[in-house]
Design a protein around this ligand. Structure first.
Ligand code: NAP
Ligand code: GDD
Length: 327
């Protein structure tokens, strides 16, 4: 079989790091787009990296940005990937209310720039788009591939735009392009300002005597939280299918933020009521109240099914953060 070559945008993020790990294990050559930063931003993939002079090196990193379309063209021409996984985004929903224009540029137009770079460079790669359950927004659960999109944030609106651009390039130019509509997925590598990781890091710090209070916003919102490495596997499966299509990836269960808090504090033998306080700063102008995904299509077509559910995920994350602090 010819060498499989992947290009991953967002390789320094939670999902990009798990996906890179899995693709390297499968024998792929992996290229990643990274942003130039004055400090290193590669902590999640440092364990995978070998000096490019090393004959065993199969992971290569390239500077670039989703706001720079011409760079995306030169990169595709140089790397000639067989698969492109587009995970790069301004991915924080609350931040998108403060920076709606920037979020539209990176999370929305960034996808168009990459699709257009594929079209003009004529690189015949398969394309994965990191679509999101956020797109369903106010549509009541359970949500499957046919549920209405009702975005409730600038982030979600940008993702809906990207979703339709992917569909359009599939229909207009015959691109093998898939939207993975992934519900929330978490891990010990989750960004520190998303609610699950914020909670589990705070618990570790409280247990270590470094913090006393955890400030949170809306505890009533419900999410379908799965385990990120399993979701990276679903991305790969989509690009191995016979036909390009769009898939919901989810556990099919939901818990409130308050449930997550209670389970996590209990697992650490701490009383959450003594430590958790409300701060309206963390509320959103419009909220997504309830997400529960129906991933029947992913099971039937891709053979993908969630293995790890929220209560176990809570334990994995609390244990990892406590181990990190020795608490
Ligand atoms: P993440 O940890 O926030 O990672 C985002 C990645 O995008 C980082 O590598 C980041 O680089 C990169 N990035 C941001 N702006 C960029 C720009 N202008 N140019 C190039 N790269 C840029 O997100 P994640 O949780 O891994 O999620 C991956 C993707 O799936 C995102 O598109 C997200 O919106 C989507 N998604 C996530 C979930 C979830 O629950 N995790 C669910 C549905 C969809 P830096 O490291 O330099 O910041
Ligand atoms: N971040 C955060 N911080 N969220 C809080 C807090 C807090 O202090 N307090 C309560 N929440 C609530 C939010 O209001 C939201 O209802 C819920 O916790 C989850 O928030 P996040 O963890 O920030 O995730 P998200 O659901 O908004 O977005 C994530 O999942 C999407 C998929 O549905 C991100 O990963 C998106 O990129 C992804 O598309």
């Amino acid at each position: 079989m010819s060498q499989q070559v992947a290009l991953i945008t967002g390789i320094t993020g939670q999902d990009g790091s798990y996906l890179a790990e899995q693709l390297l294990d499968k024998g792929y050559v992996v290229h990643g787009l990274i942003r130039r930063s004055s400090t290193f931003n590669t902590a999640r993939i440092d364990h995978l990296y070998l000096d490019p002079h090393d004959p065993d090196a199969r992971l290569f990193l390239h500077y670039g940005d989703l706001t720079d379309g011409s760079r995306l063209v030169t990169l595709l021409e140089r790397v000639e990937p067989t698969e492109v996984y587009h995970l790069g985004a301004q991915s924080h929903v609350r931040v998108s209310f403060d920076e709606p224009e920037f979020t539209g540029d990176v999370t929305g137009l960034g996808t168009t720039r990459l699709l257009e770079a594929l079209r003009v460079s004529k690189v015949p790669a398969r394309f994965y788009q990191a679509s999101s359950s956020e797109m369903f927004g106010a549509t009541p659960p359970p949500q499957n591939e046919n549920a209405f999109f009702y975005p409730r944030s600038p982030y979600a609106a940008a993702k809906v735009y990207s979703y339709w651009m992917v569909r359009n390039y599939r229909e207009a130019y015959g691109l093998f392009a898939c939207n993975g509509i992934l519900f929330n997925h978490e891990s010990p590598r989750r960004g520190e300002t998303f609610v699950t990781r914020k909670i589990t890091m705070a618990i570790a710090r409280i247990a270590a005597g470094l913090q006393d209070v955890l400030y949170l916003g809306n505890l009533e919102a419900r999410r379908d939280w799965g385990y990120a490495p399993e979701y990276a596997d679903a991305m790969w499966r989509m690009l191995q299918a016979d036909e390009p299509a769009d898939y919901v990836v989810a556990t099919g269960t939901s818990y409130s933020v308050g449930d997550f808090v209670r389970m996590a504090f209990e697992h650490a033998d701490l009383d959450w009521e003594k430590h958790v306080k409300f701060d309206p700063r963390y509320l959103r102008p419009t909220e997504v109240d309830d997400l529960i995904g129906d991933a029947t299509k992913a099971k039937d077509v891709l053979g993908w099914q969630a293995q790890t559910f929220t209560p176990e995920l809570v334990k994995i994350m609390v244990d990892a953060d406590r181990a990190r602090l020795g608490a």
